[in-house]
Write a protein that binds this ligand. Structure first.
Ligand code: NI
Length: 394
């Protein structure tokens, strides 16, 4: 097989594809032009585009000699409502929109991997599906594909995804067994008392003071109930209540986000949040309505595929290329795909401080090192092939 890592034409093509995506970002659910470009690229490579009823994004298949098993390779494609701070030639042309999470890189790397796999079409030990996923930033793209029957219509045995990581240097890939990205749950609470004059609190049931106690008590859950070496976060991001300085309002509302890395801790947080809020409400004589939404499970890599990924990364990029990253409290809707089929999620190192590329995801100066695109594509293609071989063996 030719070495795509040394192939200048291949590398230049990936840079051109990415710079075009980067200059023309589209937000979640609006990735129409991006999808059209992807459609042309993958059709030219010999993939057939499958209709699973998505408005944006697409699923494509490479027909090979051996139909089973099959692997799904996923890249998200949406941008963010952030104004890019960059004077680079490929900076966003759209005010207030930016590929600040590098999903342009993911789409590019997957197109590169698709090319490498298409060239091995006759010898691949199974079928390759590509999923260019819309609307990751709003946690809706993976769910919509699943709801549209992606896993029922097509016999997908294993899934593979990759996210760029500017905190890891180019030439490395972060592979972690277990929790890599957090479960994301949302908390919405309404605390109802009885309003009245601020000078006569004894005539009221004050939801403001009850809320203050609730917020304090909630913070004891992570520090007192969760095992200290497990990661968990409860953050309250909004509180609304009252209008005037001297009026006790009828109610207060607050919302928050809850993060964890395992289903056990997730369930513990859910249970304790209910108990703490309900018991505090009782103590302060208010009513509490709790809406707890389980949004995304954690991205947690099974040992089997984490080990396989380490082996692949070492084989294709060198023996020191596989690194164990610190997990992120951020969420990723790839977790929903991992719920449907086993697989692995990798972090592609795209950081290069010498080029000034060191800003984190969602930062207006975020960028990714173009020297990481070909390695990302090679790793993804090789990993896909080995996953197919692995499924066949077991
Ligand atoms: Ni992202």
């Amino acid at each position: 097989m030719k070495s795509y890592l040394q192939d200048e034409a291949f590398k230049d093509k990936l840079v051109r594809i990415r710079n075009d995506f980067h200059a023309n970002p589209e937000l979640s659910h609006e990735e129409f032009e991006t999808t059209e470009k992807i459609r042309r690229y993958v059709t030219d490579l010999g993939y057939e585009v499958l209709d699973i009823g998505l408005k944006t994004g697409l699923v494509a298949r490479l027909r090979t000699k051996e139909e089973a098993p099959s692997v799904l390779l996923r890249a998200d494609i949406d941008a963010l409502p952030i104004h890019e701070a960059s004077d680079k030639p490929y900076a966003s042309k759209v005010d207030g929109k930016m590929h600040a999470c590098g999903h342009d890189v993911h789409a590019t790397v997957l197109i590169g991997a698709a090319e490498i796999l298409a060239a091995q079409k006759d010898t691949l030990p199974g079928t390759v599906y590509l999923f260019f996923q819309p609307a990751e930033e709003v946690n809706e793209g993976a769910r919509s594909a699943i709801d549209n029957g992606l896993f029922e219509k097509y016999p997908i045995d294993v899934v593979l995804g990759q996210h760029n990581q500017p905190l890891l240097p180019t030439g490395t890939v972060g592979v972690r067994e277990g929790g890599l990205m957090a479960a994301v749950d949302t908390l919405r609470v309404k605390v109802t008392g009885k309003g009245g004059h601020g000078a006569m609190p004894n005539e009221t049931i004050d939801p403001v003071i009850a809320t203050a106690a609730m917020l304090q008590n909630l913070q004891s859950i992570v520090s007192r109930n969760v095992f200290p070496l497990e990661g968990a976060v409860i953050s309250i991001g909004s509180i609304h209540g009252g209008q005037a300085n001297n009026v006790i309002p009828d109610f207060v509302k607050f919302t928050g986000t809850v993060r964890s890395f395992s289903e056990d801790v997730r369930e513990l947080l859910h249970k304790r949040i209910h108990e703490v809020l309900e018991q505090t409400a009782k103590a302060y004589q208010v009513e509490v309505e709790i809406e707890y939404i389980f949004h995304l499970p954690p991205v947690s890599n099974p040992k089997e595929y984490a080990d396989l990924a380490k082996e692949v990364v070492r084989d294709v990029l060198g023996k020191n290329a596989a690194v164990v990253p610190t997990p992120s409290m951020g969420g990723e809707d790839f977790a929903l795909l991992l719920d449907q089929a086993p697989g692995v999620f990798l972090w592609l190192g795209v950081g290069n401080p010498e080029k000034g590329i060191e800003h984190v995801w969602h930062h207006p100066s975020y960028d990714a090192d173009e020297d990481a695109f070909a390695p990302g594509a090679v790793v993804m293609a090789e990993m896909a092939k080995r996953m197919l071989e692995h499924v066949k063996e077991v």
